[in-house]
Design a protein around this ligand. Structure first.
Ligand code: NAP
Length: 533
């Protein structure tokens, strides 16, 4: 158990809202839009940056694009007939999100420059107390996290990295002000981000050393421009775009058969990837270097048509000897070789299994979310966590996908949260906390399914797996329509509930509580009125 949290009631608040949403990426915006559409206006979206867009604002490295088709990787309620390509580049996705914020009237609800430092559940008042890095103090009855699972850059623990005297940055913090032309560049990592930016920068740089620890499986990318004619059709006959979306959905959904149900089916997929490699890399030695030794799908399957050809360039070397240390002007390999570098680019991914630092989310009895997750993250339906009342996580544990669009999962979760709020209102419930046994049973079921999946049985190490428990805490083990069905209805019986009796008092408390004594309820209404549902 962590150190006791400061008394929440000792801090005045600047503002109160019924629903506080953290983050303005796809998740936070979807939540805000659907709240407005259901008639709720008492909410705010707190965003740490000075612009919206989440991962599509933060990641702007050269070549950044979505590896899921745009006609599916977009809101179902806001089709965009103008996608320029099947897999649209980052600036288009970001612009799409900006347009959605305008079109659905979210601007008045957006609070930029509000980075959440701490969210503390105030049991007595039944509200979340939010401390922002800018000093603002907010209270909210309901807290929705749209902070995403891949937002904290992972900086590798390589000895001497901090002594590097040249320029070093992570792919998520791309230094567009640093001219790469003519530089000796070292790229560490060969994941989804690196395979997008390496082909973009290789033609400019003097040399590019690509440090590969594990080769990824790479499939051909079925990308193409969307023709003017198609865009006209999508604009004037919207059902044509809906048809395309549906077709894409089912084509991607079919992959679950291999990923989860019959990993042996992945052999057929592997053959396509091997042919792609053989066609693009004629040199047998390089081909061997680039051939993974685990079942395809175990790590995220990547798609690219220009990655392998880039590795054939005379100025590119794939380095597979491990890195021993970094010196001010070079990378030193385990065999003692020094490779000089002016710039190091880290394509080393994100903290996926521990997306939050300690002390940011503190629930009942001062319990830190990280303590509740000491052997790996878990939630009920990827959304609610026992001991954290009225906290809803969008893109929570086990909602990630290896095969389709996260926007589909996000919309499913948002539907669930809206239904929760509707139920709470109709049944005069102030707060809900998922029953621990419900959460446990749910996780036992999905972990059982995950035991057979390629991510577990495929023979690789990946960020899908929590290093402490060996459990897959990130991916949904099934079809996305199963998740949609599971989240279609909020079942109040799955939750412990607090009645709304003291709601008027809450609102007053939330606005201007300065001391802990409560004239209406000296025992603390929420401590004593917790009602077995
Ligand atoms: P990633 O897939 O986790 O890849 C990180 C790479 O860095 C891996 O090759 C890893 O090697 C390597 N690495 C990490 N630590 C290292 C170390 N200490 N020494 C040497 N190599 C090291 O990260 P990412 O490419 O940023 O992608 C992360 C996720 O973001 C993706 O899986 C995907 O979900 C998402 N993403 C999506 C898109 C999209 O188009 N939708 C695009 C980019 C990213 P190992 O494999 O050996 O660990």
């Amino acid at each position: 158990m962590n150190a006791p949290a400061p008394s929440p009631a000792a801090t005045p608040v600047d503002a109160h809202c019924d629903v506080a949403i953290i983050g303005s990426g796809f998740a936070g915006l979807a939540m805000g839009i659907r709240l407005r559409q259901s008639g709720v206006e008492d909410f705010a979206i707190f965003e740490k940056a000075d612009a919206l867009g989440g991962t599509w604002r933060d990641n702007h490295y050269p070549g950044c694009a979505c590896d899921v088709q745009s006609h599916l990787y977009s809101f179902s309620f806001a089709p965009n007939p103008d996608w320029s390509r099947m897999f649209s580049p980052q600036p288009e996705i970001r612009a799409y999100l900006e347009r959605c914020a305008d079109r659905f009237g979210l601007r008045p609800h957006l609070r930029f420059g509000h980075e959440l430092r701490r969210a503390l559940w105030d049991e007595r008042a039944g509200v979340w107390r939010l401390d922002m890095a800018n000093g603002a103090r907010i209270s909210a009855r309901v807290l929705v996290s749209g902070m995403g699972g891949l937002s904290r850059a992972s900086i590798p623990d390589i000895p001497g990295l901090e002594t590097f005297a040249g320029t070093c940055f992570h792919s998520q913090q791309w230094r567009h002000d640093y001219p790469l032309a003519g530089k000796r560049v070292a790229v560490i990592g060969t994941g989804a981000s690196a395979i997008q930016f390496v082909p973009e920068i290789a033609p400019q740089v003097a040399t590019l050393d690509l440090y590969q620890r594990t080769p990824p499986w790479i499939m051909p990318k079925p990308d193409r421009a969307v023709s003017e004619r198609e865009r006209w059709l999508f604009r004037h006959l919207p059902f044509t775009q809906a048809l395309m979306r549906t077709g894409l959905y089912w084509a991607l959904e079919a992959r679950v058969l291999g990923f989860v149900l019959h990993p042996r089916l992945m052999k057929a997929v592997e053959r396509i990837a091997r042919r792609h490699l053989a066609r693009q890399v004629p040199d047998p030695a390089l081909r061997r270097t680039l051939t993974p030794n685990y079942t395809i799908g175990c790590k995220r399957v990547l798609i690219s048509n220009d990655y392998y050809p880039t590795l054939l360039r005379a100025n590119v070397d794939v380095v597979t000897t491990g890195i021993a240390r970094v010196e001010p002007d070079a990378i030193v390999l385990r065999d003692g070789t020094r490779r000089a570098a002016d710039c190091v680019i880290l394509g080393t991914g994100f903290h996926a299994t521990d997306p939050l630092p300690r002390g940011v989310v503190v629930g009942r009895d001062g319990r830190d979310l990280l303590d509740a997750w000491s052997d790996g993250a878990q939630a009920y339906l990827g959304t609610t966590v026992a001991g954290f009342p009225n906290l809803f996580l969008v893109v929570g544990p086990n909602t990630g996908l290896g095969h389709s669009s996260m926007v589909f999962m996000i919309e499913s979760q948002v539907t669930y949260i809206l239904d929760a709020l509707r139920n709470m209102k109709a049944r005069e419930v102030h707060a809900v906390d998922v029953r621990p046994e419900v959460q446990r049973a749910f996780n036992a079921r999905i972990q059982h399914k995950l035991g057979h999946a390629v991510w577990t049985a495929g023979g690789c190490a990946s960020w899908y797996i929590d290093p402490r428990s060996g459990r897959n805490t990130t991916l949904w083990p099934g079809f996305t329509f199963q998740f949609r069905r599971a989240t279609a209805t909020f079942r109040l019986d799955d939750y412990e509930t607090w009645p709304r009796r003291a709601a008027t008092r809450d609102a007053r408390d939330a606005r201007d509580v300065h001391d802990t004594s409560d004239p209406l309820d000296p025992h603390g209404a929420y401590n004593n009125e917790r009602r077995p549902a």
